[in-house]
Design a protein around this ligand. Structure first.
Ligand SMILES: C[S@@+](CC[C@H](N)C(=O)[O-])C[C@H]1O[C@@H](n2cnc3c(N)ncnc32)[C@H](O)[C@@H]1O
Length: 205
């Protein structure tokens, strides 16, 4: 719950800040949050839709358990931050994973973490906008975005994912798409689980 509040607060702050930044700063300029020129890491192609707040490791472990992840899955974390979700799945179960993040700094961190964890043969990180990405090979998708971003993503999930694919979200639901299961962690976070149905329910078309 603490993380949910932090995330919502940070997002509100970022939205206000980005109004100013986006309104008067060309895309090609250096990092808006720093007076230092960015040398080794590129700036994102556009502002992230949500700021980076990592999922606590205890919650990562519960998300993977709720989705019953195995070595036969292919896990995609949409907005993958430092890569902890696919990296943990690769370490614990040998799962192949892909993380997608719009911020090149996060991709650099995630690659370094995968290297440290010794799982670079099983995970990769792509510097892309999740809303224009193809994640159709996933059998498990994990999310820690925001409620409105989950709802915006919903048609893409239905369009791209095979029936039976599990979708797990830290803290935020999917609007009218009711979850199969919701569990609460000790820190008060909610974890939601959905399964892609054979047919998109009439109320969600
Ligand atoms: C709240 S963090 C979650 C990080 C990670 N999934 C976790 O649970 O620890 C959200 C991440 O989404 C990324 N992000 C925001 N908008 C995005 C977009 N349109 N495409 C890809 N990544 C995005 C941010 O850079 C950030 O790393």
């Amino acid at each position: 719950m603490q993380f949910r509040q932090t995330l919502l607060l940070m997002v509100t702050t970022m939205s206000i800040a980005s109004l100013g930044v986006a309104g008067c700063t060309p895309q090609t300029q250096t990092n808006a949050q720093s007076t230092q020129p960015v040398t080794s890491v590129q700036t994102p192609q556009r502002e992230p839709d949500v700021v980076y707040v990592p999922t606590p490791q205890e919650v990562v472990d519960k998300m993977l358990a709720l989705a019953k992840v195995t070595k036969d899955d292919v896990i995609y974390d949409l907005g993958s931050g430092d890569g902890r979700i696919p990296i943990t799945a690769a370490q614990k179960f040998g799962t192949r994973g892909v993380g997608i993040d719009i911020n090149p700094e996060r991709i650099q961190e995630a690659n370094a973490n995968a290297q440290k964890a010794g799982v670079t043969d099983r995970v990769k990180f792509l510097n892309q906008d999740l809303f224009s990405s193809n994640f159709s090979e996933a059998t498990v998708v994990t999310l820690y975005l925001l409620p409105e971003l989950n709802v915006k993503l919903r048609p893409q999930l239905f369009k791209q994912l095979k029936p039976g694919t599990r979708v797990v979200s830290h803290d935020f639901d999917m609007g009218d798409w009711k979850p199969d299961q919701v569990v609460q962690t000790q820190d008060g976070s909610n974890i939601y689980l959905w399964t892609i149905p054979e047919e998109v329910p009439a109320n969600l078309r």
